[in-house]
Design a protein around this ligand. Sequence first.
Ligand code: FPP
Length: 248
Amino acid sequence: MSENGQPPNSEKYPQHVAIIMDGNGRWAKRRGLPRLAGHKAGTDNLRKIIKACVEFGVKYLTIYAFSTENWGRPKEEVDGLMRILEDVIERELSELKEQGVQIRHLGCLDQLAGSVQRKVLNAVEQTKENSTLILNVAFNYGGRDEIIHAVKKMLGDHITADAVTHELMSEYLYTAGSPDPDLIIRTSGELRISNFLIWQAAYSEWYVTETYWPDFGREEFKKALDEYAQRDRRFGKVESSEYTGVND
Ligand code: FPP
């Protein structure tokens, strides 16, 4: 630990971490439990990771909780995930408020039940002044849908072709107001983007671990942040030392 109580590398930690919380089903199967037990264990783990973000000074956390493709899962699982979202908001909102977490929603709310919509909107409203950690909850989210939604909105706003820039596009996405993710973590070993933040991930660093999401706790999270802190991000450029011969 350094003098400020933070790990030695912490000034190089990512500002924005996004997570594909994968492996809940396999975690449950391994224990002979129903898939929903895996999602519940994943929810408990999320609480730990939110705390760890506050502890390590991560400013933005984006979690992939329900994709536009997840509607294709059995009804029991879809209903269960909707219930989990409602329960999490009901149970955790006051603690999240105390921790200074601001909740934002990414995705389309319209297809969700009225009660879920109201809870999400209430959580967003009640936490809007918080700034310790911005928690973007991608729920009924898909990267391709997000881009189509942005283009339609631009056309509705009569944006001219000349006015369309990278920056303007970013302002029309669900993630408007959040910087692009510095680090994307995917648990359970799959090597896919799965329609997650496909615009925003252009230069994100990736960290993939075999660990299933419910077991990806504080220590593994810290390991991912430490590994990120060692990375050399070049954004398609080269390091100046490659021209000067200076190795700094
Ligand atoms: C992917 O694992 C996980 C999901 C589709 C759901 C993630 C949801 C949570 C962790 C609960 C937290 C949710 C909210 C609403 C805050 P998988 O089921 O595809 O795992 P598998 O690939 O092993 O089957």
